[in-house]
Design a protein around this ligand. Structure first.
Ligand code: PFF
Length: 489
């Protein structure tokens, strides 16, 4: 390793293992769990999807999680400097792991802003009710409103990251995660007591029910189930984004990395399932009560949270506003706890670089700069309103309507393609090749066994050498195909 030791004062560290765990779980639990997972599970075969997801989480997700935490803790650096410290050939992968979180933040902040807006409208309209579809449409066509709430969301994250690892990130998660859990339980209880909720549970758990019920047109192929589950699992576990490398670099040497990795993967999956059994039954039960044909109830896309679910709260009558507030506060906490890990992954790079060059790094100055640049680029995504305002990428680049594909239909998807679609699977594949074939898994033996003396090496080595690179290569191809419409699959 050829870098100087980082300046630990400016970098910071977690005060306790539980603080680390809650922060890592906070990073993992986010919009992906509450909104991506339930729909994808229903649309991609219900229980079959869940089994594929769990298998991928064990053999691919867990392996990469352990690799990232070990890489971060061994080097004591964030992604860019960590890769640089262990491999000259793979140091470019570290850059992928800061470009990707930067791009994700440009739309995650916009969606976080939407949550703030929905808390406010539910507060203002308490006991009167606020209809979802009209509110959503009006918000999307108002660029200034979306920019305003996005800035507010960024300001909250900025204040947390600026306060440091134990003083900001850990403190927020120590309160936020238990609160999120309690609120989720309240929403589940409410959802399950709505007549018709069982139809929603069937959508999620019964294989083929989504097609039979008319929610989706055709049964997805096994290939697409694999790729959808893999992509979702990666995003949901915050992998290949530098976040877990960064959090690992703040962790005490005596802590047990394999055990922590298992806890993060299991908790994230449990919360995704809990969110699913709250969100989908509520949406379906409400649709049925309103006389909407079952197959026409919208369970996909941003509309699920901001239109369909808001309608659920609206139709609950006087108490709906209270559930609306609880729900959107829950989603906001999930969004903040993920966003601060993304901001941290970008910021730590500059803090590490300064100390590696022998300069005095400044956390407040770095976080200010990182948040300011994210906010600036996010204005474009916010003002675009998911392609509602006439300057979506295809219009911006002067393309015709027939050229509209997943990568250019709105600025949110544009940012998503490069980050989640390409950088993430590519980065994970490269990391596995680096660890499995260049450095060899034994390079991390001492790191993994500091705090753990059980068996893991054979399993981890097999995953890193074979399973992860193959799975990631395949996921990368399918993601490219779906965004650019190559028609390969
Ligand atoms: N895991 C988060 C979610 O499920 O919404 C998103 C995310 C956060 C991805 C942090 C990557 C990351 F580094």
């Amino acid at each position: 390793m050829d870098n100087k030791m980082p300046d630990t004062n400016q970098r910071g560290s977690f005060g306790s293992n539980i603080g680390f765990l809650l922060s890592a779980i906070g990073s993992a639990v986010g919009l992906g769990n509450i909104w991506g997972f339930p729909y994808k599970m229903g649309a991609c075969g219900g229980f079959t999807f869940l089994l594929v997801y769990l298998a991928l989480a064990v053999f691919v997700g867990f392996a990469i999680m352990l690799g990232e935490l070990a890489l971060g803790r061994k080097t004591g650096f964030g992604p860019v400097n960590a890769y640089k410290a262990v491999s000259k050939r793979f140091k470019w992968v570290g850059w992928l792991a800061i470009i990707a979180p930067f791009l994700i933040m440009t739309f995650y902040s916009v969606l976080g802003g939407y949550c703030i807006y929905y808390i406010v409208i539910n507060l203002v309209g308490l006991f009167r009710g606020v209809p979802g579809s009209e509110t959503f449409g009006a918000m999307l066509t108002s660029p200034m409103l979306q920019i305003g709430v996005m800035i507010l969301f960024m300001l909250i994250c900025y204040l947390i990251n600026r306060s440091g690892v134990d003083g900001g990130i850990e403190k927020f998660n120590q309160v936020g995660m238990p609160a999120l859990f309690v609120m989720l339980v309240i929403i589940i209880i409410k959802a399950w007591t709505m007549p018709g909720a069982g139809e929603g549970l069937k959508f999620m758990f019964v294989p083929g029910y989504a097609v039979k019920g008319g929610f989706i047109e055709e049964t997805p192929s096994l290939l697409s189930v694999l790729a959808t589950a893999g992509g979702q699992m990666f995003f949901s576990l915050s992998l290949a984004m530098g976040a877990m490398i960064t959090y690992g670099s703040y962790l005490d040497k005596g802590e047990n990395l394999p055990k922590n990795s298992v806890i993060i993967v299991v908790s994230d999956t449990i919360v995704a399932l809990m969110a699913g059994v709250a969100v989908i039954p509520a949406a379906v039960a409400n649709g049925i009560a309103q006389g909407t044909p079952v197959g026409e109830i919208k369970l996909n896309g941003p509309g699920l949270l901001f239109s369909t679910l808001q309608d659920v709260f609206h139709n609950m009558g006087a108490i709906g506003g209270i559930f609306g507030i609880i729900f959107f506060v829950l989603v906001l906490i999930a969004a903040i706890s993920s966003a601060i890990s993304l901001i941290e992954a970008v910021s730590v790079t500059f803090i590490d670089r300064a100390s590696a060059k022998g300069k005095e790094p400044s956390r407040p100055r770095t976080v200010t700069l990182v948040c300011a640049v994210i906010t600036l680029v996010a204005c474009l995504v916010a003002a675009d309103g998911l392609g509602s305002n006439g300057f979506a990428p295809w219009q911006f680049f002067g393309m015709g309507e027939d050229a509209v594909k997943g990568w250019n239909d709105c600025w949110l998807d544009f940012m998503d393609v490069w980050s989640e679609g390409i950088a993430m699977p590519l980065g994970a594949m490269m990391m596995a090749i680096m660890i499995g074939w260049e450095l060899k898994p034994s390079f991390f033996h001492d790191e993994i066994h500091s705090g753990y003396n059980g068996r893991i090496d054979g399993f981890w080595s097999f995953c890193m050498k074979y399973l992860v690179p193959i799975a990631m290569f395949f996921i990368l191809l399918v993601q490219l195909d779906s965004f650019f419409g190559f028609g390969w699959f």
